[in-house]
Structure formats: C-alpha cells, structure tokens
Design a protein around this ligand. Structure first.
Ligand SMILES: *Cc1c(COP(=O)(O)O)cnc(C)c1O
Length: 400
C-alpha cells in the first residue's frame, strides 16, 4: 500500500489540548481560511469596493467553489454551485424534481432523515396544496416503497444520528427503474468519504459546506443537478442571479443556462472565500486514502470504547461494518447529554443528539490514533467517576 497522501494536521488552527471529534457538525478553522478572510476583507472589500465583483472575480465564486466540491463528489465541472444553505437548496431541487414528474404524487424519504429535509418537503408540499404527499419509511423498506406513483426519492446518504450509509447506486437504480428521480443529501458524505454522483446516476444532490469541508460556521452549502437535466429545470426560487442576463434587469425571468439557474441571490463573499480557501486543502487529498484512515479511526474508537467503558450501559448504534458507515460513531448512552458536557469540559469535543446519543465524528485530516485512544480513556473515566453528575453538565444549552 502506498503511504497515505494526507495533508498535515498542522493546516488547522486547533486549540492546544483539545481533541476535536465534532468536525461532522462544524469543521475546524483551516489556517488558510483565516488568512483568506483577512485578505478578502481588507484587500478586496476594503480596497476594491464594488469593483471586487469583477476585479476579484466575486461574481463567479459560487461556480469556482462549486467546481472544487464537484471533484469530491464525482460531479463534472460546471454541475455544482456553492450557494445558500442545505435547507434552501433542498427546497430548490425538490421543487424542480416534482415539476419533472407532475403525474406522480409521492415523495419517499426515510423516517430518520435529518428533520430539516423532512420539514422542507412538508413545507413545499403544503404550499403546493396539491395531492402530493411525503411518505417516510424505515431504511430497510425504502426500495420496496418506491412505486409507479413515486415522483422523488429524497434521502440523506449518511444518517446524521447513526452514521449508517445508504447504498447510493442501488437506491438510485431502483428509483430510476420505477421512473422516479433521486435527491441525495451529502451533508455527512462530502469530505467524509468518496462519492460518485455520476457513476450512481444521481439526479440531484445538496450538501453542507461547514461540516467535513471545513468552510466555517454557516458556510454556503452546495447544489448539484445532473447535466442532462439542467436545461429542463425551471427554478421556483427564480432569483436575478439565476437569470440568463441579470444586468439587463428585464422584468421577466429567463433561466440562465446550466447550473447557474440554481443561484437565487447575491452570494456571501466573505464566507464563500473562507470555504474556497478551506477547499484548497482537498486538492491534495486522496479520497480512498482518507476513507481507509476514517474507517480505521472509527474501528479503533469502537474497540477502545467497548473495552474502556464496559459495564456502563453504552450501546453502539452505528454500523460495526465500516464499509456501510460514514465517518462517525454514535453510542446510546444513559445521561448522554451530561456525559458529553463533562467530556467537552475535559477537552474532548463531540456532541449529543436527542434523546440519548453521544456522537463522535472522525476526520483523518486532523484526528490521530492517539486522539481516539485518549478520547475513549476520558469517556471511561467520566463514566466510572460519575463526573458528569453535576448541575452545570445536566443543564441543557440551546445548541447540543
Ligand atoms: C447538517 C445538515 C443539514 C443542515 O442544513 P442547514 O440548512 O445548513 O442548516 C441539512 N441536512 C442534513 C442531512 C444535515 O446533516
């Protein structure tokens, strides 16, 4: 096996003494992103003022950043835009997909899908006031629930709670065989593992810029439309920057060619430039090597926790088989919220998902075997000593 061509952890500005196992929720700060925000702020916004749109190329930044992401998800150049939030992009692609299957009445999704995905579908279907409905089923029943009435299968590739990964190729093929379209939410896949939207034949995809891609809090998300569908899509969020000629200021909407029509309004250049810089790191990442390291880190954590926390009622809810797991590990844990707070207070940062899951994300770009072992030791100590049983750890904060 070749030595793993993964960049150095030194590329990230992580606080001294912290073991960060929450990059699946908010990636850490790449040093290059901090430098870029400073540069964009001072040299571009400060000095160029409005000339920056042309002179610093701000206007095409959603496309350039989209192309960097495309490489990580098996999408061709020009098929991904970095814009808006995952929630908003989901609304855009779901409305587009439904319009392409007007005679069908069902959106099929998974009961345990991330809530915003289900909420966006519920909101859109309610606004349409039509006969279409959202059908949610357990993961095991997905393929058998796709029928001749299914317009769209809308799924998150890697489950945010358990880390269980769907078979993208098989589900996409089953949906297509039934005449349905497929939307993949790659929030926990992009930057976590190799994805090949083209090979799978996926119709639409969305995903997150602030998780494994390390774009910063609230970084723009991304949207993908299969190239041969792009000209058929008629955006519902028909904004001026998705118009064929925005600076003609025509009163009537005419969609821009290709993926550009999925842009609605003005992009947030400061956050987008941070994401752009963060993505430079990915130019040097071999995704197969990253995946191998990610599986090894997760396997090691499971093994260490099962030894060091034995007898404390933890239950692995992530797949034990790394090939069907994303880059995270979750355990059901009694008093999980307080346990996680105690862990965080001791410098090991993971997170908690109601009602009782403690969740740990692993990112080979900055996590090592030593981190994984230390985190498991610390968790064992907290469970044994009941260090979590203190009022400051039991009180719930707004963000968990
Ligand atoms: C993180 C995540 C989101 C986040 O959506 P935002 O619009 O960025 O808040 C959406 N879907 C899934 C599956 C996620 O994991």
């Amino acid at each position: 096996m070749p030595s793993l061509p993964l960049p150095s952890p030194d590329l990230f500005d992580l606080p001294e003494g912290v073991i960060y196992l929450d990059g699946n929720s908010l990636g850490p700060l790449p040093k290059v992103a901090a430098a870029r925000i400073h540069q964009t702020t001072h040299d571009e916004w400060g000095q160029m003022l409005i000339r920056g749109w042309n002179n610093a190329g701000w206007i095409d930044l959603p496309n350039r950043v989209g192309d960097r992401i495309a490489r990580l998800i098996g999408a061709p150049e020009g098929s991904v835009l970095a814009v808006d939030s995952t929630s908003v992009n989901l609304f855009k692609v779901l409305s587009a997909a439904l319009a392409l299957r007007p005679e069908r009445r069902e959106v099929v999704s998974e009961t345990g899908n991330f809530p915003t995905d289900l909420y966006m579908a519920q909101g859109l279907l309610a606004a349409q006031g039509g006969p279409s409905r959202l059908v949610t089923v357990e993961a095991a029943d997905l393929i058998s629930s796709i029928t001749s009435d299914t317009a769209v299968v809308m799924l998150t590739h890697v489950n945010y709670r358990t880390g269980a990964m769907h078979d993208m190729d098989a589900i996409t093929a089953a949906a297509h065989a039934a005449g349905a379209l497929v939307i993949w939410d790659l929030a926990h896949s992009a930057g976590a593992l190799p994805v090949d939207l083209t090979a799978a034949g996926a119709d639409f995809a969305v995903g997150c810029g602030y998780k494994y891609l390390n774009g910063g809090p609230g970084a723009p998300a991304f949207v993908y439309v299969r190239p041969d569908l792009q000209e058929e899509v008629r955006p519902v969020l028909a904004g001026w920057l998705g118009h064929a000629a925005p600076f003609d200021f025509s009163p009537d909407y005419a969609p821009a060619p290709g993926i550009q029509r999925m842009q609605a309004g003005t992009p947030p250049i400061l956050s987008l430039s941070a994401l752009d810089a963060a993505l430079e790191i990915w130019e040097d990442v071999d995704m197969d090597a990253l995946r191998a390291r990610s599986i090894a880190l997760c396997d090691l954590f499971i093994a260490e926790v099962e030894v060091r926390c034995a007898g404390h009622g933890l239950e692995l809810v992530s797949p034990r088989d790394g090939t069907i797991r994303g880059s995270q590990v979750s355990f059901r844990c009694p008093e999980g919220y307080a346990v996680m707070q105690a862990l965080i207070a001791g410098g090991v940062i993971g997170d908690f998902r109601a009602p009782d899951l403690i969740r740990f994300g692993f990112a080979p770009l900055y996590n090592s075997d030593a981190d994984v072992i230390k985190a498991a030791i610390r968790l064992g100590e907290i469970l044994t000593s009941h260090a979590w049983d203190r009022p400051e750890f039991l009180a719930r904060a707004k963000v968990t």
